[in-house]
Design a protein around this ligand. Structure first.
Ligand SMILES: Nc1nc2c(ncn2[C@@H]2O[C@H](COP(=O)(O)OP(=O)(O)OP(=O)(O)O)[C@@H](O)[C@H]2O)c(=O)[nH]1
Ligand SMILES: [Mg+2]
Length: 449
């Protein structure tokens, strides 16, 4: 079985087992649909002047992208090939083309759209993939002047990308944290760091090996701070031979550049993992929502239990004593149910008052629950959404911040019937999908790799 067949099978399995739940929990699968729509994508990001465009030009073997020492390029450029020669497609066309995965980028506004384009090139290996060159990250203050939310745009492109190359140079490793955070939040936990490739570029500009080692050390420290992990992912150390003043002194690093090029060209192989990870993230999202809804449902059942107990106790009292009270106040009924019972003369008509009393009590308690207890419970849950479930990992915290509003919306419209086992059943289905179906696919992919 090949990757394409597995992909089709995953799609139909998700459709069959989860599409209803995605609808119930108002999760849009747009980004997943977008990934499935188009070819594999490599996203190049990093600080300005880190050498992204220089590297891309070298990879393509042509001077396609403008390069320069200051922040040079302020556009997101998709570079790809369709075998029909060269051309330039403006952002406005890209965001309106339903066949492309960029329609929801329209929401980033005109400023973004005018800084977005696609360059068609005549490079065979780009027929089956695309590279996105991005404007370099400035500093957080200057970022605000772009006229669109640069960080969120990066995040959205990262979701599409099968490989994200995070490139920075030894002088400006400081901005890496913001860049990394922008994309990290959008990637699923299980992807670990394997979708991100870390690159320190322009290493020829280090004055000496000790200078290089110092930069590298600082970088590793930053990385472990960012990822919260002690094991450092591989970092490609590269430089452009054409730009270096004395490339010979770094000749032993040349191979790293070649390996990086190979890695980028092999991006299509990561596609299937990417799809799985995306499903993984989305299923975890609805899992959180179902957990939260189930927590409220459980509380609802407990409250209903208490209300019912209360109603039962009052009914019991009313059944025996309502007649006595009524008789004391109004003289009716002539003989109370209790008196008849004690005297052993109970007849049908003696049940009239107790039965009316019990019916009334039940009506009042059920009104109490539907009009008072349940709405209050719902409101209380909405006021302290964060307390509904435990958020022990950063991943869950992150996901939660994305779904919190949706939970709020669902609670607003929660029906009483939902306190039964609907959410618990859904949660069971979701957990089963995560533990069984998804693991099975991960396993199968591991085998064909
Ligand atoms: N010495 C040296 N210079 C490099 C290297 N890579 C790129 N440069 C130079 O660094 C400058 C910035 O390179 P670009 O490729 O434009 O950098 P970029 O990351 O695309 O920058 P922005 O598009 O502004 O974000 C250019 O003048 C390049 O010639 C390298 O490995 N060594
Ligand atoms: Mg550039």
């Amino acid at each position: 079985m090949n990757e394409k067949e597995i992909q089709t099978e995953i799609e139909s399995r998700v459709q069959k087992k989860l599409s209803d739940l995605f609808t119930t929990y108002k999760t849009d699968t747009d980004s997943l649909q977008a990934i499935l729509k188009w070819k594999p994508v490599v996203l190049m990001i990093g600080n300005y002047s880190s050498g992204k465009s220089t590297f891309i030009n070298e990879l393509l073997g042509q001077d396609l992208q403008r390069t320069g020492q200051a922040p040079t390029d302020d556009s997101f450029t998709i570079i790809t090939s369709d075998g029909s020669g060269e051309g330039l497609i403006p952002g406005s066309t890209l965001v309106s083309d339903e066949k492309l995965p960029f329609t929801y980028f329209k929401d980033f506004g005109e400023q973004f759209i005018s800084h977005f384009r696609l360059k068609k090139v005549d490079v065979p290996f780009l027929e089956n993939m695309a590279i996105i060159d991005s404007p370099g990250m400035l500093d957080t203050v200057t970022e605000k002047d772009r006229g669109y939310d640069y960080m969120r745009v990066l995040g959205e492109f990262a979701k599409l990308a099968d490989l994200v190359v995070l490139m920075f140079d030894p002088h400006k490793a400081g901005t890496i944290k913001e860049t990394y955070t922008a994309i990290r939040d959008t990637l699923p936990e299980s992807s670990g760091e394997d979708r991100i490739v870390f690159v320190m570029s322009r290493i020829d500009e280090c004055d000496s090996v000790s200078d290089l080692v110092r930069s590298f050390g600082t970088l590793c420290w930053n990385l472990s701070q960012m990822t919260g992990r002690k094991d450092i992912p591989r970092i490609f150390l590269t430089f452009s031979e054409a730009m270096a003043a004395n490339p010979e002194s770094y000749s032993e690093w040349k191979e790293e550049r070649n390996q990086l090029k190979q890695k980028i060209q092999s991006a299509p192989e990561f596609r299937i993992n990417h799809i799985l990870q995306d499903i993984d993230r989305q299923v975890n999202e609805i899992k959180l929502i179902a957990e939260a809804m189930n927590a409220v449902a459980r509380k609802g059942r407990a409250k209903l239990g208490n209300t019912a107990k209360f109603g039962f106790a009052v009914s019991l009292f009313v059944f025996f004593f309502l007649g006595v009270i009524l008789k004391g106040m109004t003289g009716f009924p002539e003989q109370t149910f209790l008196a008849a019972l004690l005297g052993g003369t109970v007849q049908m008509h003696h049940f009239f008052v107790p039965a009316c009393g019990v019916a009334g009590t039940l009506l009042v308690t059920s009104l109490l629950f539907t009009k008072w207890t349940f709405p209050r419970l719902r409101q209380k849950a909405r006021n302290s959404l964060g307390n509904l479930i435990t958020l022990e990992t950063d991943y869950r915290k992150n996901l939660w911040s994305k779904v919190e509003n949706r939970v709020n919306e669902l609670l607003k419209n929660m029906r009483i019937s939902e306190i039964w086992f609907e959410h618990q059943t859904n949660l069971g289905k979701i957990v089963k999908f995560l533990n069984k179906d998804l693991q099975e696919f991960y396993e199968r992919i591991r085998k064909i790799k």
